[in-house]
Design a protein around this ligand. Sequence first.
Ligand SMILES: [Zn+2]
Length: 85
Amino acid sequence: MYNVASIMDNKYIDHKGYPRWKDSGRLVHRTVAANMFGGMLPLGMVVHHIDGNKRNFRKNNLGIMSRSAHAILHIRDKQQNLKSY
Ligand SMILES: [Zn+2]
């Protein structure tokens, strides 16, 4: 079974619902995404949660896009009355 407690050992959930590393306080999904790009996110890029679950920071759930493309994506979500993340 997927053991959520053990993967959260070194993390906590911040007031917005995002997991952060206990030691650095950095957002987990951003460090995971950065690792896919050799440790640093390309400038101006934001990380999008494909399934909309803020706590799902697995690589296959993260997408990198520009800030403007990301904003448009979420505006479209709202127009379609889908849940917006
Ligand atoms: Zn998003």
